[in-house]
Design a protein around this ligand. Structure first.
Ligand SMILES: [Zn+2]
Ligand SMILES: [Zn+2]
Length: 378
């Protein structure tokens, strides 16, 4: 499918100026776009390396490490999977997805930080209530916010990993689920979630004197059926963490989906869920691509992966005996050793002869950016 090496960074380089002029993004957005466009370029500096076998030379530039960068997620994902394995309770898990109707996008764009916080709180409140009413336990969740749908559209939803266990009022761990298959009746859970979310949103709008303006929209969304999706079968902790790892470090669009960048368009593949998830090509004007991409830049410091109930730190002591001991304890591991152990990839191995190892022979300092930086226009 992939014939080229187009990247989000190239889209920013080509259409960034036009996007800034047309849409006046805030400083946080331009800063993020700038980080992405210079990732692994001379602008960030790096080092010159030589192979100790074939003596070939390569330049290795530093990465931006921004959490919205499609190039910087692979390793983070491997590290995350290992870290989270240590703290997760050893049981089976359900995958539950909470989605809000798209009509609420208008409200989301008023103050996305507030909106996403309300979304998280409402999701956990609903799960927690059901844990108590259905099984009499404090349950738990590992929740991950995604803001995009296909075509880079705004589609806020939360993926939850829910352990099939909880702690009862006596402090004992109890298995939960109906016949090992179902967690909660999803229709009822959807209603609970809608009610939790809408109450909080209304309250927030009222505080900001915006309720009257949006009342008819609120009424419409109340009248809709909300959909909570729960995967009926479930897997054990290890498999689920690996599976979830793909979700935690995903960005709005990965580079391999970008097919072409022309004078005014970006074409890319999307998954058509109405057609068995088939990959299909589509295109957007470059500026529109960036406008949509920017909607998925999270507010500064916003925590997009959260641990609730028995998975939260508050329960560390009580759940210690139910966690898997780490597979091995390694002291003084360098990040290169860790990458090698987790991914099997040796970052110092020579890519040319595949025998020797690369050694740094020169440090290259950061230079003034060869690409044009974007600035916020007010
Ligand atoms: Zn070599
Ligand atoms: Zn990067």
């Amino acid at each position: 499918m992939k014939h080229n090496n187009y990247e989000v960074a190239h889209v920013i380089q080509r259409f960034g100026d036009e996007f800034v002029k047309k849409h006046h993004p805030n400083t946080w957005t331009t800063r993020t776009l700038n980080a992405l466009q210079i990732c692994r370029t001379a602008a960030l500096g790096g080092h010159k390396e030589r192979c100790d076998h074939c003596e070939k030379i390569r330049m290795s530039y530093n990465s931006c490490r921004n959490r919205h960068c499609p190039k910087c997620q692979g390793l983070k994902q491997a590290f995350w999977i290992e870290d989270v394995s240590k703290r997760i309770i050893d049981t089976k898990y359900f995958h539950v997805v909470f989605t809000v109707p798209e009509q609420l996008n208008t409200i989301c764009l008023l103050d996305s930080k507030r909106f996403y916080s309300i979304l998280f709180t409402s999701v956990w409140q609903s799960l927690r209530t059901f844990g108590y009413t259905h099984y009499g336990v404090e349950s738990g969740a590992l929740a991950i916010l995604h803001t995009w749908g296909q075509n880079l559209s705004l589609h806020p939803h939360i993926h939850c990993l829910v352990p099939a266990a909880g702690i009862d009022l006596l402090g004992d761990m109890k298995k939960i689920s109906k016949k090992g298959k179902y967690l909660y009746p999803v229709k009822k859970l959807s209603i609970e979630f809608r009610s939790n979310m809408m109450k909080r949103l209304k309250k927030q709008l009222k505080v900001n004197n915006q309720l009257t303006k949006h009342q008819s929209l609120i009424d419409k969304v109340w009248a809709k059926d909300w959909v909570v999706y729960c995967e009926p079968s479930f897997a054990d902790a290890d498999r689920v963490i690996k599976y979830l790892g793909q979700y935690t470090h995903r960005v709005a669009i990965s580079n391999h989906r970008i097919q072409n960048i022309t004078k005014s368009f970006v074409s890319f593949f999307y998954k058509d869920y109405k057609d068995n998830g088939r990959q299909k090509p589509t295109k957007l004007k470059g500026v529109e691509f960036l406008r949509r991409f920017s909607m998925h830049i999270l507010p500064k410091g916003f925590v997009k992966v959260r641990y609730y109930g028995i998975l939260s730190n508050r329960y560390t002591k009580q759940t210690a005996m139910y966690r898997k001991p780490p597979k091995m304890v390694i002291d003084n591991e360098t990040s290169q050793q860790r990458i090698l152990r987790l991914t099997g990839f040796d970052i110092y191995k020579c890519p040319f002869c595949k025998k020797g190892h690369m050694h740094t022979i020169e440090i290259i300092p950061k230079i003034r950016s060869p690409v044009r930086f974007l600035y916020t226009i007010n």
